[in-house]
Design a protein around this ligand. Sequence first.
Ligand SMILES: Cc1ncc(COP(=O)(O)O)c(C=O)c1O
Length: 436
Amino acid sequence: MQYMANTLENHWMPFTNNRDFKENPRIVVRGEGVYLTDHMGGKVLDGSSGLFCCPLGHGRSEIAEAVYKQLLENDYAPSFQLATPGSFELAQKLTRITPDPINHVFFVNSGSESIDTALKIAMAYHRACGEAQRTRFVSRERAYHGVNIGGTSLSGMVKNRETFTGVLPNIVCMRHTWLEENVFSRGQPESGAELADDLARFCETYGGSTIAAVFVEPIAGSTGVLVPPKGYLERLRKICDDHGILLVFDEVICGFGRLGGPFASQVFDVTPDIMTMAKALTNGCQPMGAVAVRDEIYETITSAAPENSIEFFHGYTYSGHPTACAAGIATQDIYTNENMFERAADLADYFLDGMYDLQDMDCIKDIRGFGLLCAVELKPKGAPGALGTQIQKDLFWNGLHVKFTGESGIVAPPFISEKSHIDEMIDKLRMTLSTI
Ligand SMILES: Cc1ncc(COP(=O)(O)O)c(C=O)c1O
């Protein structure tokens, strides 16, 4: 099928150069296994698992059938003061893989909603503890926490923020963790743990008792795979404990096996108070996110409310939507039954060997990787982001999808990839980058 600019005009596309796209569309019409098919019939290897959400690849019939069956049986029931069975089953499955004592799950519909929900949970918790003065939040430069008002405020990316200044100002950003001396580090870089002391300085400057929570992606994903230096997350945990601050891990990209364990929390052996998740929760097949919290947070908020009253005034029409739960349950079953997190761990070395082999290319400024997540950052050319945008397009027409942010291409293969798929990714990267 031909797509002409005038047939595409009505859809205002997200995070897209609409004018250019509508002149030169890249439309995916099919997905099967690790491959996508574009509207011209070209086969494209999915090198970023969609937007890091499809580790099981595309077209898994078990997930499709679970959703179909659910729609016929019970397509919707209100999520306030009523429920459907799947939400309880999925919450139970999730808490089997979250670290203890994180055993309570609140369902939402996206990563962005999980962030706004986590902000509200933190405020509700402190209020229930008699510490309503904790209204300040801390995040990090080069953080991405989605695009709702809370997540926009927490994000440390100038383009995502500058149009919307003034919405939730009570936020301070720690420095990001990219250091020149760590270029081409594989896994956790050696230096930089002391960057966590920015949090200690905020406690001195503003008073630790005014800070409600610190939000970090254990590995900052969308801004180019910034792996935490050794000791960094442990130090954040300690400072939070010293000052009664909640630590929130945004696991929207890191969760569900991407780093070789269920969540980054177990991989880095640091347990937060709150975890946000989305994306691979349903293998990207249905929109869904979740916030998982420590027992104490759930119990404190719940028991602070009067008997017979709603305890937490928050929720969405589609919280725990039956079809999203069905997709989530089917996805989690496949992860378990097919040992998918172990498979991701087993493939990681082969993948990272291939990625770091690209290091000899002159156009590359840095490579950063951990598990099945790796960024290749190009030396900038022209306006910021111009080269990355062009290379993302060139890669697509050469048969490889890689998500770029600025000059960083973020490669995150599906866990079902064979070594031959990894080889194909690296070959296509090398071939395309050699045109720079
Ligand atoms: C770490 C992180 N948090 C939150 C989000 C927002 O998720 P969503 O796009 O589902 O709202 C993303 C999306 O990429 C993310 O990477």
